[in-house]
Design a protein around this ligand. Sequence first.
Ligand code: PLP
Length: 407
Amino acid sequence: MTSRPFDVYQIRRDFPSLDQHIHGQPLVYLDSAATSQKPRQVIESISRYYSGANANVHRGSHSLTSTATNQFEAARDTVAEFLGAPKNSIVWSRGATEALNLIAQSYGRHILKPGDEILVSEMEHHANIVPWQLVAEQTGAKVVKWPVDPISCQLDMAQLDALLNSNTKLVCVCHISNVTGTLNPIREITEKAHNIGAVVVVDGAQAVVHEHVDVTELDADFYVFSGHKVFAPAGIGALYGKPALLDAMPPWHGGGKMVEKVSFGGTLFAQSPAKFEAGTPNVAGAIALAEAITWYKSIDRKAAERHIAHLQKRLVNGIQSLDDLNIVGLQPAASVVAFYVEGVHHSDLATLLDQQGIAVRSGHHCAHPLMDAIGINGCVRASIALYNTEEDIDRCIEAIRKACDLL
Ligand code: PLP
């Protein structure tokens, strides 16, 4: 598909939610790392599905169910192609969190033994920490921290060499940090982990909307993401797993659709991915996710990333021109800027920004260990998407300046 030339004002016309006022001011939405806004093509696809093809999938033989099933399975193919993955290696989930829990409970619980180690980076979102703690408790394995440098907010590859050992069974790491935007060298990590026989779980929640992801090139064993961060609705996401791993894993949830034959003598499970998809799935969400990917692929993504990097630099320059503002782990050309003002509570700052129509996220960003490593209890995060403009950035800088004058 040829992409349309990048024009931010034309792109914005696809996003009805951007055209609104908050506290009497035009909305500046700088919280896309929490969730992206949705293009009308995605919103319309949900309406179209429920107005037409709505039926349960993989059940019955009437026309609507086969139309819905075809669309649902075509959506799986769209996700597979988006990730550079083979067709049947995509399992639907509610999002990144559920996918990580599935890996922990199906793969982890099945293979981990007392004394085994699960290496988890310190910059992870809680979604890529807590499932490993739960499975460690269930199996006697141990979660080991891969520390982050508190200033650069990057991971040290030499430290990885020192931490990997024959007990390491899993390495769990994000592709891009949700707090600082740090881009981790996944290919290098998978190579090192595979040398000692460990399996790598990559949390791609923040990456699929900025990086060109190819799980085959990355050699990731598992890769997860949430649809809502890539222009799709909440409640749908995907898990990629290497087919040999998925085939060897037992199911996590039991119920309808994940079986070949059930009797009171026992159950014969379906093949993967159906084996991991018990119950009625989010059909409309899966179809809308495919629509979101198709929409996103219609954009010149390289130009979009150049635009985002330009806006991030503008925001960084603006913030650095203000007194007493500290940027946390600044990453050049990332889509996020995390910052705090000495002596000012981050949520007070975010509230004053909201009163001026600026939506940013404040708090610990579901990354307590990273906050502890940096030595702060929270910060404000402005996250930029392809639909933001220079005017958005200038209004944000001006609003921070005004808020700091008041605090
Ligand atoms: N991982 C990262 C890096 C995230 O940023 C998020 C959400 O902010 C998650 C995981 C969890 O995603 P979800 O809440 O959609 O399951």
